[in-house]
Write a protein that binds this ligand. Sequence first.
Ligand code: UD1
Length: 421
Amino acid sequence: MDKLIITGGARLDGEIRISGAKNSALPILAATLLCNGPVTVANLPHLHDITTMIELFGRMGIEPVIDEKLSVEINPNTIKTLVAPYELVKTMRASILVLGPMVARFGYAEVALPGGCAIGSRPVDLHIRGLEAMGAVIDVEGGYIKAKAPEGGLNGANFFFDTVSVTGTENIMMAAALANGRSVLQNSAREPEVVDLANFLNAMGAKVSGAGTDTIIIDGVKELHPATYRVMPDRIETGTYLVAAAVTGGRVKVKDTDPTILEAVLEKLKEAGAEVTTGEDWIELNMHGKRPKAVNVRTAPYPAFPTDMQAQFISLNAIAEGTGAVIETIFENRFMHVYELHRMGAKIQVEGNTAIVTGTETLKGAPVMATDLRASASLVISALVAEGDTLIDRIYHIDRGYECIEEKLQMLGAKIRRVPG
Ligand code: UD1
């Protein structure tokens, strides 16, 4: 297993390019299943999760064609089996995103139940109930969700999400694109990735409106046609590099991104004392050598502060001036990074869903272990300012969500290297 060794103390300074959004690329790849013909998706990030999705397609008999820039062409008409097996689903929960498109397009799907994960129980009941509302008959047996569309296909439905769910909204929106009649999805997730997916569906001829608000209206169409689509930039990768620069007192310009999709994060960085300037597709953060000020953060569905940036802000608070409270309202058990940060000398107390972080001037390098994707980002960030070397183990978690993290950080002047384990 590869490890990362980071020698702290370098002030980050430079420019990097932001990759395509993982959380947009995954539903968009799943949505290609809805198309009657080949679809091309561009700006896919080079990540393990994307490879897993492509492997899943391979298992179903679809052979995606990938070019050197990682644009992928998928022709779902070559599908042979309608099963997403457990070996793949267990490694990536987002595999559940193929459920809605498969039932809508092919009338049947068998998708393994994702099971537990490091950041909480994460059920999929809303995905199932949404499809049932459209007339699907669903049995959960032997660890698999077996879903069958009624004769004549899924029917449009009014569905209310009693919890805001990003992939839940995406799954039902995709299924509704080919259903008979109108669907109205209330209390939908408003995340930019939901909007990106809606734009992709519309590029294939779907009739989706209201994405980005809490009510999405989908008028089902008989079939979707081939299209080419470019995935939006990754707002979490963007935010992670901005925080990395901030903790080192440094400067970074992130390019090929979109400042309008991470306003809550940019506000918190300004509150922490960063100078933030933005252009149409870039953001520059400059700390002018200062230590950040601690900030209070409360995670909630978009447009509020994202749970996927919570761990990084705990790292920021850990070396900031003052004390900041970080409240996690989306997932239970998403503070695993705190216990690793303790090993580096961070002063963090967890009570229920709140972490009280008291900034200290120095952290100390230590051997630590990545526990989930964003938790591992927070370990990298803390290592960048810690005295001495930090050895981060289990970095496959990082590779699921950060393209070329060591190359990008090296370009900014960080002392980071990967060692094969
Ligand atoms: C997505 C993101 C993930 C992010 C999360 C919250 C992808 C691939 N992943 O995950 O990076 O951290 O949104 O922004 O886009 N819930 C239910 N029943 C369900 C589904 C969800 O109760 O059927 C609950 C979950 O337990 C959680 C909350 O809803 O408490 C939000 O989860 P959800 O938005 O569904 O997260 P994901 O879509 O899995």
